[in-house]
Ligand binder design. Sequence first.
Ligand code: GDP
Ligand code: MG
Length: 736
Amino acid sequence: MQLKIALAGNPNAGKTTLFNQFTGARQHVGNYPGITVDHKEGCLLHKKRKITITDLPGTYSMTAYSEEELVARDYLVNEKPDVVIDIVDSSNLERNLYLTCQFLELGVPLVIALNMIDVAKDRGIEIKVAKLEQLLGVPVIPIIARSGFGKEDLLEAAIHTASTSNNGDTTLDISYGKDLDSALPELISLISKNNLMTDTYPARYTAIKYLENDEQILKKGQQSDPGIAKQLEAIVDKLADHTRKTLDVYPEAIIADQRYGYIKSIIRQGVETHQFDTDRLYTSDKIDKVLTNRLVGPVIMLLIIFGLYQFTFSWSELPITWLESFFGWLGGIVENTLPDGLLKSMIISGIIDGVGGILGFVPLIMLMFFGIAILEDSGYLARVAFMMDRIFRFFGLHGSSVMPFVVSGGIAGGCAVPGVMATRTLRSPKERMATLLTVPFMNCGAKLPVLALLIGAFFAESKALYMFLFTMLSWIVALLAAKLLRTTVLRGAPTPFVMELPPYRFPTIRGLLIHTWERTYQYIKKAGTVILGISILLWALMTFPGLSDEELTAFQQQRQKTISLFPPETIKELTLPDKDLSDEASSLITQLNEINNLEAETVLRNSFAGRIGGTMEPVSMYAGFDWRTNIALIGGFAAKEVIVSTLGTAYSMGEIDTEESGSLGERLKNDENWNRVVAVAVLVFIMFYAPCFITVICIAKESSWKWAFFSIGFNTFFAFLGAIAIYQIGMFFQLG
Ligand code: GDP
Ligand code: MG
């Protein structure tokens, strides 16, 4: 028989780490709260038995306050796993048991994994496992998820519990004080007599949820039996009125207090002993005194980010040139082996110059991800969020908005799609909308090659500095846009926020490598699939309909005329292999190449994409974008990487010779339409214009199409204004 195990627990308790230990999967492990929004499933074979393991989102509670809590709760009651492994951070036992307590009330078959006993030990905390087991009435297994210690015992205990207990037959009945305890029996009997949702929740649990004023349960109650629901609500209202008058609290607050009381009483019975004084500062706190200091903290943060860019750009320089020459070499081979024609053009201009241009940045992407993985796994990223919180509030955003920004590429190289989804942790709809609309401004992994390309070509002397400046710019613009939204269409009061700071941890090499590889692989995979497809499509748009026969003949005649002006010896020289050419011969080659380039450019201009780009040129030139750049920017709406591949294609089609004309960066640098001012204007436009197609769909799904279209229009309009301003001012002062 197949067995279903669910992993549940507080954020950052180690669920994903344990999940990976069990399934060998490379789930994303993060050292900050709220990274798993949907649940993830994996399989494992134990003694010939197939076991499905589900990694649920981390929650502190089982109320209906947030998306995570609902996902976790719905999973437990609807899927009815055979056993739930509750992962508890033993260095933070009291607080973690709050959730445990609610699992016990729900009556799910439970096994407690007492995780991070290594951390607890370091802090001088000792936990009496047998005592805890006895008091809670469920198995407690000490483990270290990171090393895999105890995982076999845990699995055995889980399988044993699954086979012996009946789902929901034993629930923990905590006392909720005189008032509530006396109302409960009436509620419970109403619920169980009428079978109100009894096949999903234990009756007592539903009763407690009514007292807690749980939106989801109230709604479900009304749907399944409006009459009974009304009676229940009336009882609860009367009680709430009473507690308000007598104790000045709502029943839900009493419930929370009583749960904490219950846990405290367990802890007090000698379950936990401390070797050190409790007021002793832990190492993490000591580090935080400096790193999150009001004045020094932000300075260190900026230095760290700058250092990260410095590291990535300088260490990736050499491997990038290797890859560039590799693709140049590959292009050369195709150039020399394939006959001229569409296939050759597609392979060289569409695939090698397009996709190759993106793959050329793999070393940079990899190092960037490695650096970010260190920041993330060590726990530093959570500090970034903590420090940014103060600034965010000022701009009308919320502390929980910081992580979506970082996930979207706040430091570099994320993706707005998970960023948009991460906004689910925000409870206030207006703060959430403001976050959701501004996260696409961050420099996601797809914009990274564009940044690297243009910075590398035009600001080669201080790449890290420019990367840093563009990052700062993305934050400033995002925050200003948020402020603008929050003072106009999304006006509303701020909601309070308490940030969790997980302890610092030494990243493991394995974890870092997995993280780096996962993300790099995503980048490569996207380049080899989606981007490849779009590149070929754009190549076709840039190639067809081609030239008419008359035009082709005209170019052919021009070539012949040029050749006929030279003496026969010179022409013969061209056919001889590998010889130092005479001046005449070189001049002939140059003239022929000019004609070829002109022909290629005419083809491109005349192509479907070229016509669109050209039509837009009169307007786009205000920002310095020529028709070729326009093609790339339109392509970028499909996916931002396409900007690099399209520029690669557009500029390789205009110049036939692959090897001599150098890398795309060099071609841009030598192009008359490009200079530093244009590069900055183009970059600013790319950073802030319409989110890519997939992000737009995601925004629509998370909010509505109205907002999705809003983000396309609003972003493109302001990005264009910004680009015009930069171009006009820059050209006026002749900064190019
Ligand atoms: P989740 O939010 O519950 O999924 O937690 P994660 O699995 O993402 O783990 C959070 C952090 O705790 C990661 O940095 C893990 O490497 C670390 N971690 C997990 N288990 C242990 C453990 O047993 N000991 C130590 N020292 N660290 C752990
Ligand atoms: Mg997780």
